[in-house]
Design a protein. Structure first.
Length: 276
């Protein structure tokens, strides 16, 4: 995902914004360690298909471990919680008039998005939000990530948005992994997991709200290496710490995205990271 920063020109062009807040999944998903991850990286999707039966077995195993928590949180309506958190920002910052009581569940392909943004009139904009959430590191952490993409009138190319960024919240580590971590997430009617969901959505909303402020001046405490996650597992990245609150920090990654995480995931400090 390529970062496209917010500009005053874009803010001026987005006087009335239609919104599409998408959450495809019904519940949190466990990460699956693919048996051929290195092959998939080098050879694309063809390699990933070779061991599909093995990977399917691993996926089923991962969901079996998570089952006690998933069953205990069937009443947690993530799609409703996310709009309750995001809608006030969409209304106040983007003048959105079409917000709904629950997030969308239908994926829009490029053709559908192109048709929508091609119909925009001067002063109109279209904002697409997509959120997913997933367990990583053997269920010790849960990651929430929202991507925001804004189009303004006169730019009907899906690959050329007026603004785009992603916002990631990685929870504090819980337990020693697998069943031990699931047990702790599930204790007391999944109190810790429920609180984490609410906190994650609140922090992502704050990151989005701050990122679209054109004149926003971020602090730079120090440069850092840190651990991130994607579908293939964890990987190292770098950026600058822009805020710190107790054991948690906010990082502006070198790719422009914002990440809120526990300082346990931090690596080597980069003293030159804040220098121009």
């Amino acid at each position: 995902m390529k970062y496209v920063p917010m500009t005053q020109e874009t803010r001026n062009a987005a006087q009335q914004t239609s919104t599409y807040n998408l959450v495809l999944q019904d519940e949190v998903r466990p990460a699956v360690n693919l048996s051929n991850a290195s092959g998939a990286l080098g050879g694309g999707l063809i390699a990933a298909a070779i061991d599909s039966s093995i990977n399917d077995d691993r996926a089923m195993g991962a969901f079996s471990v998570a089952a006690p928590l998933l069953n205990d949180t069937l009443d947690l309506n993530f799609r409703k919680l996310i709009v309750e958190e995001f809608n006030p920002v969409l209304i106040s910052e983007f003048n959105a008039s079409d917000t709904k009581e629950t997030a969308e569940s239908k994926y829009l392909n490029d053709k559908e998005i192109k048709a929508q943004i091609a119909s925009l009139k001067e002063g109109e904009a279209a904002l697409y939000l997509f959120t997913h959430y997933q367990f990583f590191d053997n269920f010790k952490v849960v990651l929430f990530e929202t991507t925001a993409t804004l189009y303004t009138a006169g730019k009907a190319k899906v690959s050329k948005p007026a603004y785009r960024n992603s916002f990631t919240f990685i929870s504090d580590p819980v337990g020693t992994g697998n069943l031990d971590s699931i047990r702790l997430w599930k204790d007391n009617n999944s109190q810790l997991y429920r609180a984490t969901v609410n906190n994650a959505l609140s922090e992502i909303r704050k990151m989005l709200e701050a990122d679209i402020k054109v004149a926003n001046q971020e602090a730079c405490i120090t440069g850092t290496r840190y651990t991130r996650y994607n579908v293939l597992g964890d990987y190292k990245s770098r950026g600058v710490i822009t805020a710190q609150d107790g054991n948690r920090v906010q990082i502006r990654d070198n790719d422009g995205s914002l990440i809120n995480l526990h300082n346990e995931l931090l690596g080597k400090k980069l003293s030159k990271g804040c220098k121009a």
